[in-house]
Design a binder for this molecule. Structure first.
Ligand SMILES: N[C@@H](CC(=O)c1ccccc1NC=O)C(=O)O
Length: 306
């Protein structure tokens, strides 16, 4: 193995793990408690597909809107029933280890959020092998710039990402918006069961082809950047919720807790929630329900009730 004991992260627990243990820690489906691994992944897709079909059936949407010139640079916008000039927008970035998943099966939170007056945008990006991590980060940036330009009167843009999508959303904490000609009205981040330090993931079989060098991993690690050179929120009121499922693996817990601590140290308005009795997939698919604790936290944050 490489020199896993050197460098600034001496003492990181993953460096003492065997290859098998690391593989296990970074395989979310192996940690589900109510279903088998395959069944959990199937259920996740099925709930996502059904939620997307239901959301599309309302007709209050704009589908396959291009936010860039690339074939894959499309997003879907779902509007609330009550039409308003000044809507809050929640943009969602799906997970799937940067190599699976799509916007067409990820409209989990559309129904409970649009019912309360939030416009929901589900963003597609070029997953691997077509896209590299740098390209995905760039596409996510472009999608946010697009929404801000299309809806300059928005009541706030909130970014929500799950797993690899939480990584992409967290990369936006580092964005240099002046390069893009517009500063989005970012009011909050909901980072759900994400990965923020990609270095341990380099050593797992699923992701080795995406994370070819330490340089690529560090460049795409919000944890590494924020630890090295903290950034400041454009809007000091911008909230960040870092959340992880009780049944997520210890490494997923550590990644979330460390990002949260780093953000707090850097002066961000961050909070941390371990969500009771949910695994890596339930934490997201429960967002189809209006009474789910995370749905309620998102709504309270958007409507400033907490
Ligand atoms: N092969 C992976 C799949 C996975 O990690 C995943 C699947 C769907 C949505 C998010 C996922 N994880 C991170 O992006 C697993 O062990 O579950």
């Amino acid at each position: 193995m490489d020199d896993l004991d050197g460098g600034p992260k001496r003492g990181a627990p993953w460096k003492r793990m065997s290859k098998e243990e690391l593989e296990n820690q970074y395989s979310p489906s192996r940690w589900v408690v109510r279903l088998g691994a395959e069944e959990a992944l199937r259920t996740y897709s099925q709930i996502g597909n059904e939620a997307t079909k239901r959301a599309q059936a309302t007709g209050r949407n704009l589908l396959d809107v291009p936010y860039g010139d690339g074939e894959g640079e499309k997003l879907d916008i779902y509007f609330p029933e009550a039409v308003s000039e000044a809507l809050p927008f929640l943009m969602f970035f799906h997970g799937g280890y940067w190599q699976s998943g799509s916007k067409d099966s990820s409209a989990f939170m559309v129904s409970p959020l649009t019912a309360q007056g939030v416009a929901v945008v589900i963003v597609a990006y070029d997953i691997a092998p077509k896209g590299t991590l740098d390209q995905m980060v760039d596409q996510v940036t472009q999608s946010i710039v697009f929404v801000q330009k299309q809806y300059p009167g928005n009541q706030g843009i909130y970014l929500c990402g799950h797993s690899a999508g939480a990584h992409l959303a967290a990369m936006m904490l580092l964005a240099n918006w002046t390069e893009h000609g517009v500063t989005p009205n970012l009011k909050g981040f909901f980072l759900v069961s994400g990965i923020y330090d990609l270095e341990p993931v380099m050593h797992t079989s699923e992701n080795a082809s995406l994370l070819t060098t330490l340089e690529v991993a560090q460049r795409n690690s919000p944890q590494w950047h924020l630890q090295t050179a903290p950034t400041q929120p454009v809007d000091p009121a911008c909230r960040i919720l870092v959340t992880v499922g009780q049944h997520d693996s210890p490494e997923f817990h550590r990644q979330s807790r460390e990002l949260y601590q780093t953000l707090r140290r850097g002066g961000w308005k961050a909070s941390f929630e371990e969500l009771h009795d949910v695994d890596h997939f339930e934490i997201l698919w429960n967002l189809t329900q209006k009474d789910y604790v995370l749905t309620q936290i998102i709504l309270k944050t958007i409507f400033q009730e907490s």
